[in-house]
Design a protein around this ligand. Structure first.
Ligand code: MTE
Length: 315
């Protein structure tokens, strides 16, 4: 991952917030039964996603949708921040299944309709990437715990491993001569982190199904951790006894820890983590800087998961 260089975003590309709230009103009307457009039981793949609002909301201005969908990290489609939006047009996220296996009583393969039936919620979360940029994004998804419950984890399961799809024919960096990462992209959480109510599998943002560049059709969101934990286009979830491998931790263990909790007191070896630049908002370079909060502001909810651990060692 490279240092953040701010993008100049033309004002014309920024979705005015009023549009977003109009969209939310439409969704609410639909939920109340007025519109066939977003009726309950809607098949995956239509543009709009119905979700009930959730209580998680940092109460900060949303990052403009145009920034959320044009400034991405998704190395399967290129290493530049603009590459995923540019190079993911050939990726086809449907049909899609997720295999859930490992140390569980009932391993299963789920299709997306089954996951939709778990009940989608809209949650507004801060997201912060390790290179010090941050966004506030209205995600739509469901708690990962509700999927894990379905497969009945065994008492011996301690961790959850995640795996991204491998499709060289649709993902240009997987067929190049020089490949920037080993595939598949993999990530992991401790089981109690995975079961925490803040941890969701997301299938949409801004009231719509996930754009390819943001991890269609389903990706992980753990808002108290650095963005690289948010593995995209997930095809497999495996419960394990041993700590799973995670892509960036394997490549550069001194730079990217397994836990990756947002921590302003532990700098990345090549840059400070004390402040962050909030993307969007039209400020001049530097004027959107703000102090970074421990656990990205979710300390009251998650700090107890790490009681007794030295977070400078387990970073
Ligand atoms: N998942 C896969 N499969 N491949 C990737 O390259 N990049 C990660 C994460 N998930 C990545 C991935 C990184 S480094 C970040 S910061 C976030 O996705 C970015 O998510 P966003 O583009 O939706 O903001």
């Amino acid at each position: 991952m490279r240092p953040y260089r701010p993008l100049a975003i033309p004002a014309s590309e920024i979705t005015p917030e009023a549009h977003y709230f109009q969209r939310r009103d439409i969704l609410r009307m639909a939920a109340a039964g007025g519109l066939a457009l977003a009726a309950p039981g809607l098949a995956f793949g239509t543009e709009m996603l119905e979700a009930k609002p959730s209580s998680y909301d940092p109460g900060e201005d949303l990052t403009p949708e145009a920034d959320v969908t044009s400034f991405n990290n998704f190395y399967e489609f290129g290493t530049g921040k603009a590459d995923p939006a540019k190079n993911s047009g050939q990726f086809n996220p449907r049909p899609w299944t997720i295999q859930v296996d490992g140390m569980v009583g009932k391993p299963a393969e789920f299709d997306l309709d089954a996951l939709m039936a778990l009940g989608l919620e809209e949650r507004i979360y801060r997201m912060r990437c390790v290179e010090a940029w941050s966004m506030v994004i209205p995600w739509i998804g469901f708690p990962l715990a509700s999927l894990l419950d379905k497969v009945e984890p065994l008492g011996s399961a301690k961790y959850v491993a995640f795996e991204t799809v491998v499709r060289p024919e649709e993902m240009p960096e997987q067929r190049g001569v020089f490949q920037p990462l080993p595939w598949p992209y993999v990530e992991g959480l401790r089981l109690d982190e995975a079961r925490h109510p803040l941890t969701i599998l997301s299938m949409g943002l801004y009231g719509k199904t996930l754009p390819n560049q943001n991890g269609a059709p389903v990706r992980l969101v753990t808002p108290w951790k650095y963005g690289f934990k948010g593995i995209k286009s997930i095809v497999r979830i495996t419960l394990t006894e041993e700590q799973p491998v995670s892509t960036w931790n394997r490549l550069a263990p001194n730079e990217y820890g397994f836990y990756a909790n947002v921590n302003p007191a532990v700098d990345h070896p090549r840059w400070s983590q004390a402040t962050e630049n909030r993307v969007g908002g039209g400020g001049f370079f530097g004027s959107n800087d703000r102090p970074t909060l421990p656990f990205n502001g979710y300390g009251d909810e998650v700090a107890s998961l790490y009681d007794g651990m030295d977070l400078t060692v387990n970073f």
